[in-house]
Write a protein that binds this ligand. Structure first.
Ligand code: LMR
Length: 403
């Protein structure tokens, strides 16, 4: 019955890890997936997370089902982490569910919009505008959820920074009432974030056009090292009176990748609207996965419910961001010491986990084939995989393919 199934391609990001795992070169480096590594290049479990795990285990917790919407305590803490002390949080005007990390949050948002955006009365599907470029998974997520997907200008390859005028123009030219996906900070894949002043202008255009802001916040903490500073864009939109859809991931900032911890929230106009949206989010979740996993959210609850653990987590989160920044400086320095004639300022100017290197697909292939250095085909470098030990080898390899 399945004899006609065509073989599909490997995933643009996770497929890089598959290829890396098959490489026998002892010097190989995986700079594909955005997953933090310590300075020895090893997966990193934050000590606050480990401590929380021990404390929870000591209590011999049950393993019963969570409610369909997930843990209410986790959802409350997640929302406060994103929106801060904004009065909205306590107004009863936030609908939210625990999700299978950021991907699950985006997918749930897509289905919710497909079914109900503007009363669900549209003749056509909701149109989700993604920045060009965006995370490779965004497009299939929203297409599979039943939305239409298009893009808006964002990155200028010539300056390796934000194409602000292009961005404002394409958001102004887009059909009124579109959904605009915004990376709250540490844009993936470019590492290019608007300034606060530019966010203000983006907010004004969205308001004028009646666009719905859909924030994807997968890297809160990774631009500045500070959770509140990195939420400034989102909070500015709240102050500007937008009704927002927010997808949060706790994979990177708590290092909970495989635990699948996330949250989808929707700002509403009334408690009735909140309650209706909450009911529909449960109706979407139940036939898909019944109810979300319990282990990861317990860790977040434990950490954010204990002042000492929270302090330790915030400081380790900051250390992760700072280590990445120091690796940016090392890589740039190494390239200039090797005599590279190219301008590598963008390694320092871009933020968060990624550097959008500007390397071409051919150079990326060359890096993999001749140096066993693995990047995604778009030239994105996961700076989290750069270490004091491999930074020189990496610089030599990059210099070699860009001579
Ligand atoms: C990435 O962009 O590398 C991460 O968000 C991991 C993923 O799932 O793609």
């Amino acid at each position: 019955r399945f004899s006609k199934v065509p073989k599909g391609p490997e995933d643009a990001i996770l497929g890089v890890t598959v290829a890396y795992n098959n490489d026998t070169n002892p010097n190989k480096i995986n700079l594909g997936v955005g997953a933090y590594r310590d300075d020895l290049g090893l997966p990193f479990v934050l000590s606050a997370v480990r401590e929380a795990e021990y404390r929870i285990l000591d209590r011999k917790p049950h393993m019963e089902y969570l409610p369909v919407a997930g843990s209410a305590m986790f959802i409350d803490k997640a929302i406060r982490l994103a929106y801060g002390t904004n009065a909205f949080v306590d107004s009863g005007c936030v609908a939210a569910v625990q999700t299978l990390s950021g991907t699950g949050a985006c997918r749930m948002a897509g289905v919710l919009m497909d079914r109900f955006l503007d009363g669900g009365s549209r003749d056509s599907k909701p149109l989700v505008l993604l920045p060009n470029p965006s995370w490779a998974n965004h497009r299939p997520i929203f297409l599979d959820a039943g939305c239409d997907v298009d893009s808006y200008a964002y990155y200028d390859p010539a300056t390796k920074s934000l194409d602000f005028d292009g961005c404002i123009k394409s958001l102004s030219d887009a059909p009124a009432g579109s959904v605009v996906l915004l990376h709250a900070c540490a844009h993936n894949p470019t590492g290019v974030d608007p300034s606060l002043e530019q966010w203000r202008e983006i907010s004004a255009v969205l308001k004028a056009k009646g666009h719905l802001p859909l924030f994807d916040m997968a890297y809160q903490g990774f631009t500045s090292g500070d959770m509140d500073t990195d939420a400034a864009s989102l909070r500015l939109f709240v102050e500007d009176g937008h009704r927002i859809v927010l997808a949060q991931s706790f994979s990177k900032n708590f290092g909970l990748y495989g635990q699948r911890v996330g949250c989808l929230s929707v700002l509403t106009d009334s408690e009735e609207e909140t309650s209706a949206i909450n009911s529909q989010l449960k109706i979407i979740a139940r036939p898909m996965y019944s109810n979300p996993p319990i282990a990861g959210v317990r860790l977040v609850e434990e950490i954010l419910g204990d002042a000492e653990l929270e302090k330790s987590w915030r400081s380790e989160m900051r250390d992760m961001a700072l280590r990445i920044i120091s690796m940016r400086a090392t890589l740039k320095n190494n390239l200039s010491e090797l005599g590279s004639v190219h301008n590598w300022d963008h390694i320092m100017n871009q933020h968060g986990m990624f550097c959008f290197s500007g390397l071409t697909k051919e150079q990326v292939d060359d890096l993999r084939e001749r140096h066993s250095v693995y990047l995604t085909a778009n030239g994105r470098i996961s700076m989290a995989g750069v270490t004091s030990k491999n930074a020189q080898y990496l610089a030599e390899a990059v210099h070699d393919v860009t001579k």
